[in-house]
Design a protein around this ligand. Structure first.
Ligand SMILES: [Zn+2]
Length: 130
C-alpha cells in the first residue's frame, strides 16, 4: 500500500505532535537553520497517511479566468451578425454552381461553333472595340 519513504502518521493530531517535537528539536539544536519554519503537516496523496514535509515547490499558478460571458447586448449583436452572415451566404450559395453552369454552356457553344466551322472572333479588349 505505502510506497512512501516518509514516516506515516495515522491522524493529523499525531502528525502535528510530531511536528511540534521536530520544531522544538530544530530550535534547540540549531540544526537545519531555519528550515523548520516551512515544515508542515500534510495528507499524502499516495498513502493517505499524514507526513511532515515542506512545500518546496511553488504552487501552481491560479488558472486564468476563462473568457467573460457575453453581455445581453453582445449576445444580441452576435446573433444579429450571425443571421446576417447566414443570409449573405444563402444569397451566394449557388454562385459557384452558376459559374460552373456558365462555363458548361460556353464550352457547349464553342463546340457547336467548331462543329459548324465558324471561325472564332479575335479577342479584343473592351476599349479597342468601336
Ligand atoms: Zn505517503
Amino acid at each position: 500500500m505505502s510506497t512512501c519513504q516518509k514516516t506515516p502518521y495515522s491522524t493529523h493530531a499525531q502528525a502535528q505532535a510530531a511536528l511540534d517535537r521536530a520544531v522544538q528539536e530544530h530550535k534547540r539544536t540549531g540544526r537545519g537553520g531555519k528550515s523548520w519554519k516551512r515544515l508542515n503537516v500534510y495528507r499524502c496523496k499516495n498513502c493517505s497517511m499524514w507526513h511532515l514535509g515542506r512545500a518546496n515547490s511553488y504552487e501552481a499558478a491560479p488558472k486564468q479566468p476563462g473568457p467573460k460571458p457575453l453581455t445581453a447586448g453582445q449576445q444580441r449583436r452576435a446573433e444579429k451578425k450571425a443571421a446576417e452572415k447566414a443570409a449573405h451566404q444563402a444569397l451566394y450559395a449557388d454562385y459557384v454552381d452558376t459559374l460552373r453552369i456558365c462555363r458548361l454552356l460556353a464550352d457547349r457553344q464553342m463546340a457547336l461553333y467548331a462543329a459548324l466551322g465558324v471561325k472564332p472572333l479575335p479577342v479584343t479588349k473592351p476599349e479597342e472595340r468601336v
